[in-house]
Design a protein around this ligand. Sequence first.
Ligand SMILES: *Cc1c(COP(=O)(O)O)cnc(C)c1O
Length: 218
Amino acid sequence: MSLTEITAKIHKAEEAADRPVGATDLIAVSKRQPDARVADVLAEGHRVFGENQVQEAAGKWPGFKEQFDGVSVHLLGPLQTNKARQAMELFDVIHSLDRPKLAKTLSRLAQETGSCPDLFIQVNTGEEPQKAGVLLADVDGFVADCRALELPVVGLMCIPPVDEEPSLHFALLAKLATRNGLAGLSMGMSGDFERAVALGATCVRVGSAIFGERPTQT
Ligand SMILES: *Cc1c(COP(=O)(O)O)cnc(C)c1O
């Protein structure tokens, strides 16, 4: 699908849900996509991108940011504490804050450098053992701890289990965000972004629908 088509679908879903048109940001997920494809999407005027790995983003985005103004890059994948400093330099927003140790490290680095990307707390809404994210029972406490650390937490993020109806997870995430006074909702991918918009997503993370299938990992 073209960017125009996806944006039109987002706008339609916003209208249907009585939300302001344009309320949802589209993050173009460029992980593992060839640079030429990413350059095409930049040339079309899109400026918000998502990546899964610090290393991959470090090889790609400093160069693109020199060529194109106003680019923002979001980290969507898990972050190891030993890469936190590099991640804070590279990314404008981090969607994968998921544990106390990482919160403490980000807080220390933010104090030291005087700046910090906006942060989403990742919630493991399906309580899947293999998946990252804060468990449901721990969300309220973790949000409070991050605020005590003066971290700029702007919202919650989830990746629903593949075999379940995502809307249930989106609704749950929205409820948790409201309860914690958080406005941001990072939810919805290529297969379900319209359902996420219907349930209040403030950003959707769309990869393959924009760029085509990702080359398999080597
Ligand atoms: C890869 C990825 C996406 C994009 O997935 P698509 O199905 O290609 O749209 C979104 N969010 C996260 C966290 C991802 O890792």
